[in-house]
Design a protein around this ligand. Structure first.
Ligand code: NAP
Length: 306
């Protein structure tokens, strides 16, 4: 039986791995079969992670996290957790690869998944003009006209990044002020290729088999108009990934995993949670990493007490 299994491979998961590995707990980190590395794998330049004054690429930062975790003996498994039973003293974790693992403690660091607009055709047009990842798909829109939906840091970042490829980027936001930090807003507002479409929401995706445009609805007066587009990038936030455990651990009203005070302790003994899956507010790589550290220390203390 393992001392600890960590589910998730973003900054929270890998920081928990670094700490538990250095504490001699021989962690098994289950990283997902296709999306190892978490949200930073989809970002470009990370400028606000302390210790890197010149910034670095998101995937490079995650490779560093993993190398540091492995250096102290973390076993990283590229597989998907499909089922868990966390109620007893022995925690059971089953993977898509067909293996069942047992552990004394589990750290849940499953992060958050991108939010959809909830429009008809959204799934059908995904990969055919509709995307959630500028770094993955931006290249396909050279000299094209595209739009980004959202008013947070992600939308600003994506819009700016996409101006490297696209000839024109509309930034569609449902209000008349952005939620994003000032520095990110200023960058977008000062970019000559970006045109902000205020007080507007996407009411309909247009095109058969391939996106050709959107219908916009004015959020103030309800008027609609069509906008021709080659691509639409959706950056309207994320929802915590809790489906694996939602019937076992307590969730908050907003459906994040509930933890006790400033700790990582969930409603189940021996089960800890860290990162975006517990955090409706800050959701930064550095805060996720810090909470992974907290979870590792909580798991270590739990083992010492039992
Ligand atoms: P976010 O901060 O939650 O912003 C989501 C944006 O999408 C908001 O402007 C929201 O509008 C809009 N929105 C939500 N649902 C919508 C819908 N159905 N239709 C249209 N618009 C919708 O999410 P985020 O931008 O992904 O950022 C998440 C976290 O990561 C934040 O803490 C952010 O600071 C952080 N982050 C940081 C960086 C960086 O520092 N470099 C980069 C990316 C992300 P309202 O404003 O009207 O609510």
């Amino acid at each position: 039986m393992r001392d600890v299994i960590i589910i998730g491979s973003g900054p929270a998961g890998f920081t928990a791995a670094i700490y538990t590995a250095r504490a001699g707990m021989n962690p098994l980190l289950i990283a997902s079969s296709v999306e190892s590395g978490g949200e930073l794998m989809k970002t470009t330049e990370v400028e606000n992670f302390p210790g890197f004054p010149d910034g670095l690429q998101g995937p490079e930062l995650m490779a560093n996290f993993q190398a540091q975790a492995e250096r102290f003996g973390t076993e990283v498994l590229l597989d998907d957790v499909i089922e868990v039973d966390l109620k007893g003293d022995v925690k059971i974790v089953k993977t898509g690869g067909g293996v069942t693992y047992e552990a004394k403690t589990v750290i849940l660091a499953t992060g958050a998944a991108y939010r959809e607009l909830g429009l008809p055709k959204e799934k059908e047009l995904s990969g055919h003009g509709v995307s959630w990842c500028a770094t993955c798909d931006g290249f396909f829109f050279r000299e094209r006209t595209i739009a980004v939906v959202g008013g947070g840091d992600s939308a600003m970042e994506e819009a700016n990044f996409l101006t490297r490829f696209a000839s024109k980027v509309y930034l569609i936001h449902r209000r008349d002020t952005f939620k994003a930090s000032k520095i990110m807003q200023d960058r977008a507002l000062n970019n000559p290729k970006i045109e902000v479409v205020w007080n507007s929401e996407v009411a309909e995706l247009l095109g058969e088999g391939k996106l050709t445009g959107v219908t916009l609805r004015d959020t103030v007066n309800g008027a609609t108009k069509n906008l021709d587009l080659d691509g639409l990038f959706i950056a309207v936030g994320n929802d915590p990934r809790v489906w694996l455990v939602e019937n076992q651990v307590e969730l908050t009203a907003e459906k994040f995993i509930a933890v006790e005070g400033r700790s990582s302790k969930t409603s189940l003994p021996g089960v800890f949670a860290a990162g975006d899956v517990i955090d409706p507010t800050y959701r930064q790589a550095i805060t996720a990493a810090a909470s992974g550290c907290v979870a590792a220390l909580d798991a270590e203390h739990y083992l010492a007490d039992h």
